[in-house]
Design a protein. Structure first.
Length: 189
């Protein structure tokens, strides 16, 4: 059996963010045969501009993102909620992965979306906008792998998510659903 590769794209650039901690927790519990890696450097990718998205002019940071996503079997997007929607940096990542239209690195790729916020809303607006964006970009949203965290500042304020038993269980189930979808057995659109 070959190794399943899952790339995690974190929508917060802050090094100690809860989004980053959730990504670290997911990577730490990857099942045997699954490599979960956190993609570094999305803050270095310029805003999508079709003028620079041409052969020979694509920024190296955007090309590296496309290569990593294209080589993966699935993507896990972790989005905090900024002003009622997904962060611009995460939207920019999806924009770069959606091109060339219909054949981008996200096209047909299983994608799990995890959202959260400090509010009781659990980042559900950001989640909904991310689901819409990924679907339009051609990704295959895996509904069974969705997670929402409300008041995550209280839940994870003193405890890293990898030390929180319920979160470990939820992340494990979400990863299993994403891996299953990546094998072609189950994809919810």
């Amino acid at each position: 059996m070959s190794q399943t590769r899952i790339v995690v794209l974190v929508g917060s650039l802050r090094s100690a963010s809860i989004s980053r901690q959730l990504a670290e927790a997911a990577a730490s519990i990857a099942p045997e045969g699954v490599d979960v890696s956190i993609y570094e450097g999305i803050g270095e990718i310029p805003f999508y501009n079709e003028d620079i998205d041409v052969a020979g002019s694509v920024p190296a940071a955007a090309e590296a993102l496309r290569d990593a996503a294209g080589a993966s079997d699935g993507l896990l997007l972790i989005t905090p909620e900024y002003n009622g929607t997904l962060p611009a940096v995460l939207k920019n990542v999806v924009d770069w992965l959606s091109r060339p239209y219909g054949a981008g690195a996200i096209s047909g790729k299983p994608v799990a979306i995890l959202s959260g916020s400090i509010s009781p809303n659990a980042g559900k607006w950001a989640h909904g906008d991310t689901v819409k964006t990924v679907g339009i970009a051609g990704g295959k949203v895996v509904d069974a792998a969705h997670l929402h965290y409300a008041a995550w500042g209280e839940t994870f304020g003193a405890t890293h998510p990898r030390d929180h038993a319920e979160t470990q269980r939820e992340l494990s189930e979400a990863l299993k659903a994403l891996v299953t979808a990546s094998s072609g057995e189950l994809v919810d659109a």
